[in-house]
Design a protein around this ligand. Sequence first.
Ligand SMILES: [Zn+2]
Length: 369
Amino acid sequence: MVIFPFTAIVGQDKMKRALILNAVSPQIGGVLIRGERGTAKSTAARALAALLPDIDVVENCPFHCDPDDPAALCDDCRSRMAAQSVLPRVQRRTRFVDLPVSATEDRVVGTLDIEKAIQKGERHFEPGVLASANRGLLYVDEVNLLDDHVVDLLLDSAAMGVNVVEREGISFSHPARFILVGTMNPEEGELRPQLLDRFALCVEIRTITDPRQRVEIVRRRVAYETNPSALYQQWQSQERNLSHDIQQAKQLLPQVTYSEQDLYTIAELTAEFEVDGHRADIVILKAALANAAFEGRLTVSDTDIFLCAELALPHRLHKKPLQDSALKLEELEKRLETSRADMASASPSTASAGTVKKKMHPSLMTPGT
Ligand SMILES: [Zn+2]
């Protein structure tokens, strides 16, 4: 099936940026997309997965272990490695895994066959959704309608990067590193604040009201429905460029640095916004590093910090009165604009210090702007 291209999605820049940053650095910890029906949420997640590069996996491993990362092998690959020293590898596409709303705990984490273990003394593990999702993208539609306990398990695994199943003294573990993308329609019920806070980033998306953009949405949608391949052809070079840039950013990321001042900028922001705990600070820093890498810079800037704060703070302000939160976020938006303007007007020599590519990524510009 030809999917709708990521770069052909009109507007929704924050959602696109949040998804891209998680693709660059899955350690950020996922994104929750809140919005009405029909706002391209699932289209965007699916399209992002299609942009991710092929990966090398251990052949016949249900967890798609990375043959180049011996520290993160499943128990089976570990024994195979001990026996043969070299693991057979194959290349495959990065997987998009869609979690059904009805998923139970067993279905998510997998099951250990205790009977077999007792009778034959062998450990048999039936892989679950977390196994399929390892090194891929796990899409959870209507996460607010899912059992709280299951959401908890997903978030734990996303944070730890590993799934451990224990039953009656027997345990099995396998890597479970994935890009977590959850969506919800707030009109159908809220997510508990404790769970909300554990989604690293959150974007609120609204139906686009600009007539020109609406026309463009209809035009591309109809083109896709009429002939998906033809539309894809049209966007192929943009898709290829973005895919390449994400890949490039992943490689650059370990070299991106931040300063003491950046940490203070973040801390002052989160203190000012009266955010509980320290999760937001850490998320903003990780996302800012990914944003710098994506824009081809080796150091974090204030613009990265403000932009990522806009993605990390909205869902953490919920205990404040709504109007108060809106005002705060508006003020943050202004600061982001000012710092963007500062960056743009800085002399080319200072602006390009540590820069290996242009500053604003073209894939995120709205058509006609
Ligand atoms: Zn394995």
